[in-house]
Design a protein around this ligand. Structure first.
Ligand code: GYE
Length: 340
């Protein structure tokens, strides 16, 4: 479906023909003028980058937005930044506004995978190259965007299942593993692919002993995680594992577990994804058992790619981020060094 793996070998060059224009004054969101050391583009003119962010749903997202803003400043670009509040229609209007303002490059982190063809075609007609960050899209024509800078979410889901094996062994767990899954935003690449990766390992290695007994979206938020987990505990009080697609939902779920008189990390073993500071705090307190890291600090890589794309250079179809896994025994030592 997403064909991300197929993109690896391919390289596409896109010339930002004729797209270098004077800075537009109005904006769909906030606009930061260049202040960095590098004009980042041809003829000494600052690259004008329009960035449409998903929202501010999680600690990961906040770190990601900060990274993009800082890196744009550092690179000396003019950044137009808008927050879509997890709504696709807001992202589409932000992108349309960037097209109308004739920015040099558009970058966005798509809230869901489908429904982008029309606006991507409009960008192409305007000869404005599009770079995806963090999340991928499904499109009828893959040449509608140049590259994706982001993580391998399927691998993250697989890593979560593998680390759960370790967590169960460390806890000396015997008997059936009854898993509750808190999914990310419905239709979002990380929700689809993390669930897929986890299930692949589960079906291959644990067909008989592991079962996902409940699974529902918590929209990547703490409030969502708390509310959905409370409902899970009502309908399935025998759950003994939680797999949360991000730390924020796990943190919300911990509150629901404690409110139900159970011990997170003991009565219910918890594995989540991201590795934000609050996740590490919960892990060092013994409430989360393991975290699969997903690095949000994509800004510097993104600015580098934007510069190349703007200059018409070839770039890889998928620029992946490097990540690690962490268990409770590593949490305390790693905590002071967490950057987000
Ligand atoms: O895991 C979650 C955020 O797309 C990788 O979105 C990102 C995910 C991240 O809300 O916390």
């Amino acid at each position: 479906m997403l064909n991300r793996r197929n993109f690896l070998a391919a390289a596409v060059g896109v010339a930002a023909a004729g797209a270098l224009t004077a800075c537009a004054k109005s904006d769909a969101g906030s606009s930061t003028s260049s202040g960095g050391s590098d004009s980042g583009g041809s003829g000494g003119k600052a690259i004008n980058l329009g960035f449409s962010q998903v929202g501010s749903e999680s600690g990961w997202r906040t770190a990601n937005s900060d990274s993009v803003k800082e890196a744009a400043k550092e690179a000396g670009y003019t950044l137009k930044f808008s927050d879509a509040q997890q709504k696709q229609e807001n992202q589409i209007s932000a992108i349309r506004s960037y097209i109308a303002q004739k920015v040099d490059v558009i970058a966005f982190s798509p809230v869901v995978v489908t429904g982008w063809d029309a606006v991507l075609k409009e960008a192409r007609t305007a000869k404005i190259p599009v770079v995806l960050t963090d999340r991928s899209v499904e499109t009828s024509d893959e040449s509608l965007y140049v590259t994706l800078v982001g993580s391998d979410f399927t691998a993250e889901g697989e890593r979560a299942a593998v680390i759960l094996e370790k967590v169960l062994a460390t806890a000396g767990h015997k008997g059936e593993v009854k898993i509750a899954q808190l999914e990310g935003t419905t239709g979002a690449a990380p929700a689809i692919e993390r669930a897929k990766g986890f299930k692949t390992v589960m079906d291959r290695q644990h067909k008989d002993d592991w079962k996902i007994v409940v699974s529902q979206t918590g929209d990547f938020t703490r409030a969502g995680g708390k509310q959905v987990m409370a409902a899970f505990l009502q309908s399935n009080p025998d759950i003994n594992v939680l797999f949360a697609h991000n730390d924020d939902m796990a943190i919300g779920a911990i509150q629901a577990i404690e409110a139900a008189g159970k011990k997170p990390g003991k009565d219910i073993l918890i594995v989540s994804i991201d590795g934000v500071k609050d996740g590490f705090v919960a892990m060092s307190e013994g409430k989360i058992n393991a975290i699969v890291e997903c690095n949000p600090l994509l800004g510097p890589q993104l600015m580098d790619v934007v510069k190349k794309v703007h200059a018409g250079e070839k770039v890889e179809r998928w620029i992946k981020t490097e990540e690690s896994d962490y268990t409770q025994d590593q949490a305390k030592a790693a905590l002071p060094n967490r950057k987000y």
